[in-house]
Design a protein around this ligand. Structure first.
Ligand code: APR
Length: 315
């Protein structure tokens, strides 16, 4: 049996880190695509990564370039193409420029990898997922967005630091859009099964929730020239692994809702069971009225972004 194939589109900070992480996980061959000014960049990065296999001991092939034929027959395509934000920008400020890029990428995905499962990373995430789904016409099972795994990873990190426990004991749940109105859910966030609501006073918990919401902006401010990429690429790798290994992991992902959580026709972050078919189930959590309210606010902001996009596209 031949190895699976994962194509990563965009060989910048997120894409290159992801390609290298995937190569080291030894799950598949990896293709790295980009259309940079320096033409040889994706091929050069891929060759460099390939040679690290001698040390890490991975056998999968890794190639880079600008020719979409390389992506032919991919099992999974991850889209990182686009521009990252700069200090002071929100993810939403990237809407129109990234919509154009992501839409052109989606046309190629449909042509060259029509059976693939697509994971979107480009921001603003929920709107970019909608662009990919509309352009490819893929069923919702095969278009997912990476956001919740990252937001949860950030919250888990802050909780583990605050409580001085292993990150492996901390589970965190973040729903909603991948924006300033994301919805961290303390009731469903636990340390070894105990809800963090019982472990932390309200004010400290609030601080962690706010830092989670601002997690991306905190890094943008420090970097000054780009946005986070190590944790985002690791988060996407976890989703790719769940799909390639068909391990049915439940992970928070942006998914096209069809009535779940009272939402129809919008991509929003919810817990999803991931397996070989992509989205295999949307997991329903019972929400309190306050949580529902926060979720609705987040859904509304995803919706208004799409309205802007639709307005511009029809003009
Ligand atoms: N096809 C392929 N690659 C493209 C295309 C395209 N049509 N358009 C742009 N790219 C490439 C750029 O050439 C660049 O190398 O996408 C890459 C983006 O890399 P970076 O600028 O380093 O951005 P990065 O930090 O990786 O972020 C990418 O992910 O997290 C999100 O908000 C972030 O939207 C941003 C995306």
């Amino acid at each position: 049996m031949s190895r699976k194939k994962v194509t990563v589109v965009g060989a910048g900070n997120v894409g290159a880190s992801l390609a290298w992480t995937l190569a080291r996980m030894n799950l598949s061959d990896v293709v790295l695509l980009d259309i940079p000014e320096t033409k040889g960049m994706p091929a050069g990065k891929a060759l460099d990564m390939k040679q690290s296999g001698a040390i890490f001991g991975f056998d999968g092939d890794i190639v880079g370039g600008s020719d979409w034929n390389l992506a032919q027959g991919s099992d999974v395509v991850v889209i990182t193409a686009g521009v990252p934000r700069k200090p002071g920008m929100s993810r939403d400020d990237l809407l129109l420029i990234n919509a154009k890029i992501v839409s052109s990428v989606a046309v190629q995905v449909k042509a060259k990898a029509p059976q693939s499962i697509v994971i979107v990373i480009s921001n603003p995430l929920d709107a970019m997922c909608a662009v990919v789904q509309r352009v490819t016409g893929f069923p919702r099972e095969r278009v997912l967005g990476m956001a919740g795994v990252l937001d949860s990873a950030r919250m888990r990190t802050f909780l583990a630091q605050e409580l001085n426990v292993s990150i492996n004991n901390v589970h965190a749940c973040v729903l909603g859009g991948h924006g300033d109105s994301m919805v961290p859910l303390p009731r469903y966030s636990t340390v070894s099964g105990v809800s963090i609501v019982e472990l932390l006073p309200k004010d400290r918990l609030e601080k962690i929730i706010q830092r989670t919401r601002d997690g991306g902006a905190e890094i943008v401010k420090l970097l000054e020239t780009g946005s986070a990429f190590y944790a985002p690429s690791a988060s996407a790798a976890e989703m790719v692994e769940a799909i390639l290994l068909d391990n049915k992991k439940i992970l928070p992902c942006a998914a096209l809702l069809q009535g779940e959580y009272g939402v129809k026709g919008l991509f929003v972050g919810v817990p999803v069971k991931l397996g070989a078919r992509g989205l295999e189930e949307v997991v329903i959590l019972k929400l309190t009225s306050d949580e529902e309210k926060a979720f609705k606010t987040s859904v509304d902001s995803v919706q208004s972004l799409l309205k802007v996009l639709d307005g511009k596209l029809t003009k």
